[in-house]
Write a protein that binds this ligand. Structure first.
Ligand code: PHE
Length: 501
């Protein structure tokens, strides 16, 4: 409150004893705010269109006024008229041939009359029904006003002495503490909200899914390399070099640096051979091979690129390598339950079973909309063991999804270049009351596993899902742009509860 208002209030109180209605204290450009008793008033003001109607008449009245009476003149071509509003509904105007004519000699333009009245008084005698109708037609808007009743307080004075909030050494020394007024302690005041970081909903769901994996004996794969080469993102996964997913429209390629160092030559040659000539029971793609495609650097389009690195590393011992020169590390998981352990004694070809997972960011050159962004998170798991079957994959999926609170799952045959068979995973969504796709999975092809050096009886199954989808379902978010990006509400993020499946 500015000084002048304070003075005005104090002077008025001094002169009159009380102020019944602060609206009587009009100060240009300022509103008077003395909190004592608050009163609310609701009034209405005209919109630009409403004001025009109040002054010139409603659309229907204006159209009516320029028309000849039926049978008494040339009907007017509607193309020459402004919008006719409720002229027909009111029975004021009719058609004659292709033209319009007036049907009545006199009209009562109620809309104009009501608006005029609102303009003058803030509310028409006609009442709430009329107001609701005019609001719906966007001719008026509601305006809330407040006013206050102010009375002199116990310690009323015309000068303002701020109560002390602290006892200072100076006050003690000078003795002024004896006569000072003190502000009362407010024991009911709420504390200052503690400021602190908050996890983003995506990270909360990531944590929950990570716990499911850990509880099931999975080890986490390193996924810090957002940039991969065409070789690891596609070639190693037996994705043909001509595959549309590798197009510029779908994949972000790097311009600087644009190419990777060559992968290990022997492995590269095996991968190239299985693409161009086949092998391991496959006839390959028999399509041209360009080293250039392999070495192009790109933002990984799926975390299966990271899985490929880790599977290659897992097969190192099978290739007869002692120490893997690859710098990525992971810890083995799941050995205790493995079928492989049963016959470890019988043969040791270096293979150790593994259950690996990752949850990290991937990039696709997508047209962005309410459910798609150019970057999102993938949850990915791979299980490597001897003689795994499709039934193992399906059974595993059921357990995994039930731990996420998804009990009803269905599988549909699908296609991935690197898995055969491939299965899309659908879950029944009780709120949407329909089956929604929740993931993609499959048994990795021998064309991918055998060049890595895995023994023939080793099967690897894998699956992937987005982190965003379960998060959006969990938090009832239907536009991905309210989850990530500059439209995210920090307050919502701070207040959103932790997730438990
Ligand atoms: N990479 C697949 C995707 O991006 C997911 C997947 C992973 C499928 C592993 C099969 C095996 O949708």
């Amino acid at each position: 409150m500015s000084e002048s208002i304070q003075q005005l209030v104090l002077d008025t109180l001094n002169a009159q004893g009380s102020i019944a209605d602060t609206r009587s204290l009009t100060i240009p450009g300022e509103s008077v705010m003395i909190l004592y008793e608050t009163h609310e008033v609701i009034s209405h003001v005209l919109t630009a269109e409403g004001a025009q109607i109040a002054h010139e008449g409603s659309h229907e009245a204006r159209v009516w006024s320029v028309l000849p009476l039926k049978g008494q003149g040339e009907p007017v071509n509607p193309a020459q008229l402004k919008k006719e509003g409720r002229a027909f509904k009111n029975g004021w105007v009719g058609k004659e041939g292709a033209g319009f004519v007036k049907l009545v000699t006199e009209i009562k333009d109620v809309t104009q009359l009501d608006l005029k009245e609102i303009e003058q008084t803030g509310a028409p005698a006609a009442g709430e029904k009329t107001l609701a109708d005019l609001r719906k037609r966007k001719l008026i808007v509601q305006k809330k006003g407040q006013w206050f009743t102010v009375k002199k307080g116990e310690k009323f004075s015309t000068s303002i002495a701020k109560p002390e909030t602290d006892l200072t050494a100076e006050m003690l020394a000078s003795g002024s503490w004896k006569t000072s007024t003190y502000k009362k302690y407010n024991f009911d005041a709420e504390g200052v909200p503690t400021s602190g970081g908050a996890l983003h909903p995506l990270l909360k769901v990531r944590e929950e899914i990570r716990n499911i994996f850990l509880e099931m004996g999975f080890a986490e794969m390193p996924t810090q390399s957002f940039v991969e080469s065409g070789f690891w993102c596609f070639d190693a996964l037996f994705v043909p070099q001509q595959h549309p997913a590798r197009d510029l429209q779908d994949t972000f390629y790097l311009s600087d640096p644009s190419h990777s160092l060559p992968p290990k030559e022997d492995y590269y040659n095996l991968v190239k051979a299985v693409h161009t000539e086949g092998g391991y029971g496959s006839i390959g793609y028999r399509a041209p091979w360009q080293p250039e495609e392999s070495s192009k650097l790109l933002l990984r389009t799926h975390t299966t690129a990271s899985s490929a690195h880790m599977l290659y590393k897992l097969a190192a011992k099978c290739r007869g390598e002692d120490v893997d020169s690859d710098d990525r590390e992971f810890t083995h998981g799941g050995a205790a339950t493995s079928k492989a352990n049963d016959n470890l004694a019988a043969k040791d070809d270096g293979f150790r079973p593994a259950k690996l997972f990752s949850i990290d960011r991937v990039f696709r050159n997508e047209t962005m909309d309410a459910t798609h962004l150019a970057e999102f998170h993938q949850v990915e798991g791979v299980v490597a063991d001897r003689n795994l079957t499709l039934a193992d994959l399906i059974g595993f999926m059921r357990v995994f999804f039930s731990k996420m609170g998804i009990e009803q799952v269905r599988f549909k045959p699908a296609y991935n270049p690197y898995t055969e068979p491939s299965l899309e995973i659908f879950a029944f969504h009780p709120m949407l009351n329909k089956w929604v796709e929740v993931g993609n999975s499959g048994m990795f092809r021998p064309e991918m596993l055998e060049p890595m050096g895995f023994p023939k009886d080793v099967r690897v199954h894998g699956w992937g899902l987005s982190l965003e989808r379960p998060t959006m379902i969990r938090y009832g978010i239907n536009n991905i742009r309210t989850l990530v990006g500059h439209k995210t509400s920090i307050e919502n993020n701070e207040n959103s509860p932790a997730v438990m499946f």
